[in-house]
Design a binder for this molecule. Structure first.
Ligand SMILES: [Zn+2]
Length: 490
């Protein structure tokens, strides 16, 4: 009987966000609820059980993308995770399935997942095997690579293979444990490229064929797995860049496959493009107000809470409101939404002539906007909390008590805009449009707005990235990408 401990932590932290993520942002699961993340434990059609393996739940914490995580929460979570691990090691443990995103930040730490994996290794010692399942937007630092025996990540963006990836990480781990004599090598190539999230789709080229190479390189014998991390662009840390990891028992084949993927990633780095039409803030406002079709969607990409933005920046919608007034526009505009609990508090029981909306956290990007405090609707949303809809005539703004992303038709319906009826322009805090919005939109532009998750990376004040790095630096000639190989024999 093999005993494998499972658990981990998931969040994307933008280090440019003034918002701090803490206990209230995380959903923590333990026991049976945690094991539900791993459908093979119960056995299912897609994911057969592993006979002779006992899966031991530790603890898992997951949160929406946000800011740097408070040291207090990270340390209390880590204490529980590592205490559980020590207990299981004492009871006899063969492996650990480390279930992480890879783009978490915590106060004073530049490499949270590297820190975590190193502490795991310290506790379990050299013989217990550690396999890691990650998001392809996570980062693989030297420390993380060193501490784990196996590392893999999603092969799709948008991510439709999260469970498959966890299953693959489990399968690789069980295989390594089932062949005690086998020596497995892992090869890592750092690729000096950092791409904004909205360029990393695997549905379009070159992402599709880059990730498509994996299937041809993995043969199940000498090469067990190959994975490509795009890295997380909105944290100012040396570990944020592309990485390739290949693993398997045939050292030469593993090394060659890693070099091949690394070279291909580098060669095609300049071909990654935004997945939709883009425009600067001013141009996006003009496009929206002059569009001949309705509804026209504008993505406020720099403040996308789905990537780590706060959701309270005002640059885009205040400019749109200004132009709307200058032009005497008769278009009905909805801004969905602005996070501002203070405004909700102020206006929950009364109207006011004017309120300052948004940018209440110390933003580097925008300032609060003086907007009419006339409330046309008050409601409570299951995720957004208490909400008020403010209006200057046909220009309306949803203000929410909690951080929120209006991504689904039912969210708009709950706010009083079923089917987007009557709306000409809809500003959403998002990148590419989620399916409901894409289906409803008659026109769309991604505004490259400034913010904590600015898609135009060189505009952000980085100081700690590993340089040189595309798109910040040019390369006189192609760099030689080094392949680092480590063995499972410690
Ligand atoms: Zn991701």
């Amino acid at each position: 009987m093999l005993r494998i401990a499972v658990g981990g932590i998931h969040i994307e932290s933008s280090t440019f966000t003034p918002y701090m993520s803490g206990e209230g942002d995380f959903t923590v699961t333990r026991g049976e609820a945690l094991l539900a993340r791993y459908p093979w434990v119960a056995g299912s059609e897609r994911f057969p059980r592993f006979e002779g393996v006992e899966w031991v739940p530790l603890v898992h914490a997951g949160a929406l993308p946000g800011g740097v995580v408070t040291r207090e929460f990270y340390e209390s979570w880590r204490e529980e995770f590592l205490a559980g691990l020590r207990r299981e090691v004492a009871a006899g443990l063969d492996g650990v399935l480390l279930d992480i995103h890879g783009a978490m930040s915590s106060e004073g730490l530049l490499d949270v997942e590297g820190d975590l994996a190193s502490q795991v290794r310290e506790i379990v010692g050299p013989r217990v095997r550690v396999s890691t399942s990650m998001d392809l937007h996570g980062n693989v630092s030297e420390a993380l690579f060193e501490a784990c025996d196996l590392l893999t990540c999603y092969r799709t963006a948008p991510h439709v293979d999260a469970v498959e990836t966890r299953f693959r990480a489990a399968e690789l781990l069980v295989r390594l444990l089932a062949e005690p004599g086998v020596e497995v090598f892992r090869a890592r190539v750092a690729v000096p490229v950092l791409l904004p999230g909205e360029k990393t789709s695997t549905v379009v080229e070159p992402g599709r064929s880059l990730y498509g190479l994996i299937a041809g390189l993995v043969d199940g014998r000498g090469v067990w797995d190959a994975a490509i991390w795009m890295g997380f662009p909105w944290a100012d840390q040396p570990r944020c860049h592309g990485v390739v990891v290949v693993s398997g028992p045939d050292r030469g084949a593993v090394e060659a496959a890693a070099a091949r993927l690394g070279d291909e990633f580098w060669a095609r780095a300049g071909e990654f493009e935004f997945v939709g039409p883009t425009a600067g803030v001013d141009e996006a406002c003009e496009l929206a107000l002059s569009a001949g079709v309705s509804p026209f969607f504008v993505s406020d990409t720099g403040d996308n809470p789905g990537a780590g933005g706060v959701g309270d920046e005002t640059v885009l919608w205040s400019r749109l409101w200004e132009r709307w007034r200058e032009l005497g526009s008769v278009k009905r505009v909805l801004v969905a939404s602005v996070y501002d609990p203070q405004v909700v508090d102020l206006l929950w029981e009364r109207d006011l002539p004017e309120v300052l909306v948004g940018a209440k956290l110390p933003s580097q990007f925008s300032v609060p906007v003086a907007f009419p405090g006339r409330v046309v609707r008050r409601f409570v949303d299951v995720r957004a909390g208490r909400c008020v809809v403010l209006a200057d005539g046909l220009f309306e703004v949803i203000v929410t008590e909690n951080r929120m992303q209006y991504a689904r038709e039912l969210d708009f319906a709950a706010a009083g805009f079923p089917g987007f009826a009557g709306l000409d322009v809809v500003v959403v805090k998002i990148g590419y449009l989620e399916p409901d919005l894409a289906a409803a939109s008659a026109g769309w532009v991604m505004a490259l707005s400034p913010g904590a998750v600015d898609q135009d990376l060189p505009r952000l004040p980085y100081s700690r990235l590993s340089r040189p790095l595309v798109p910040f630096d040019g390369f006189g000639s192609d760099p030689v990408l080094g392949v680092e190989v480590l063995s499972s024999v410690r």
